[in-house]
Design a protein. Structure first.
Length: 327
């Protein structure tokens, strides 16, 4: 075989290696040239959901050598237009943090098949280019419930979240189940949906109302709105359980611990998939077993809290504690 034929053979081998089942295998992107953005529904200084996602993106950028942008405080009426904007500009990947982006992504993604759309904490996927990754948030809720159950003296816990979305309800079901598991004197939860992510005044009023009804521990999973709940807790001197990010410093004596999302692992995983052209139109989940959920204890946490949290985390990973039903 002469040199020319060797060259042809090499080309044929390369072409065959790129074709699997009739599909062209996606080629990896150069991280420095990868055009991507993270869309956030609130400010990056909310000390909650948006802050966690922003800091995790920053860490992933540093680790992977990417320069992924972010856009904060995008309001719901602007979701579709924002998705269109980045699709029109030829971005490779458009990420959005929160289940509230699901519907807009489902509508817009098919219009831009060359752009991958990824919803963090999303619940639906769509061929060819819409992916969702969801946190098994009931696991975090369960651990928060253990903290709440061991912190309460009245046996009454206040539970606040933003909207009655299934994933948010699952968190609250987890909180109640965790509290019931460790406290035989648990009496009841007082549960409310704020229908807002950022109404700080409403968050304060809701928590204050629950405290008046006997709740001596407040849990809030509602982004910026939760800062209002912390205000009410400080005024009343009751306990608060941090969630999504480490909120312990907001009131160290009143917050025994925070369930935190280590989203660096999630972002690194999903961005790597995107860089390799491996994102599929699917919903996949991560949780304690993936190192994405953890608990940060404050100095006011008791040894029992730490022991019970460790034991429950191991049982969740082993599958002996399972997702709670509606409660």
């Amino acid at each position: 075989m002469n040199r020319k034929n060797v060259g042809i053979a090499v080309i044929v081998v390369v072409m065959v290696s790129l074709l699997v089942g009739g599909n062209v295998v996606a080629q990896p992107y150069n991280p420095a040239e990868f055009k991507a953005v993270l869309i956030l529904p609130g400010p990056i200084n909310d000390q909650g959901w948006n802050a966690t996602n922003y800091s995790s993106l920053t860490a992933a950028n540093e680790q992977l050598g990417t320069n992924i942008e972010y856009l904060e405080n995008v309001q719901q009426q602007d979701f579709e237009a924002t998705f269109r904007n980045y699709g029109n500009r030829g971005y490779h990947l458009v990420m959005a943090a929160g289940t509230q982006f699901d519907n807009a992504a489902y509508i817009i993604a098919p219009l831009y098949p060359e752009t991958k759309y990824l919803i963090i904490n999303g619940s639906q996927a769509q061929a060819p280019n819409l992916t969702a990754v969801t946190i098994r948030e009931w696991e975090g809720g369960y651990l928060a419930g253990i903290l709440a159950g061991l912190a309460t003296k009245s046996g009454i816990i206040g539970e606040i979240t933003a909207f009655p979305y299934p994933v948010l309800k699952d968190i609250l079901y987890g909180v109640t189940a965790g509290a019931q598991a460790v406290n035989p004197n648990f009496k009841q939860h007082i549960r409310a949906f704020a229908n807002s992510w950022d109404d700080v005044a409403k968050g304060k009023d809701m928590a204050a109302s629950m405290i008046e009804q006997g709740a001596d521990v407040i849990f809030s999973s509602a982004n910026q709105l939760g800062l209002g709940s912390v205000m009410a807790v400080k005024e009343a001197g009751v306990k608060f359980i941090g969630y999504a990010s480490n909120q312990n410093e907001l009131a160290p004596d009143l917050i025994p611990g925070s369930v935190i999302y280590k989203y660096e692992a999630l972002y690194t995983l999903t961005i790597k998939k995107a860089l390799q052209g491996e994102l599929q139109p699917e919903v996949f989940s991560v949780g304690l077993s993936d190192g994405v959920i953890d608990v940060a204890f404050s100095a006011s946490a008791t040894p029992e809290m730490q022991t019970q949290i460790q034991a429950a985390a191991e049982q969740i990973i082993a599958g002996t504690i399972t997702k709670p039903e509606e409660n």
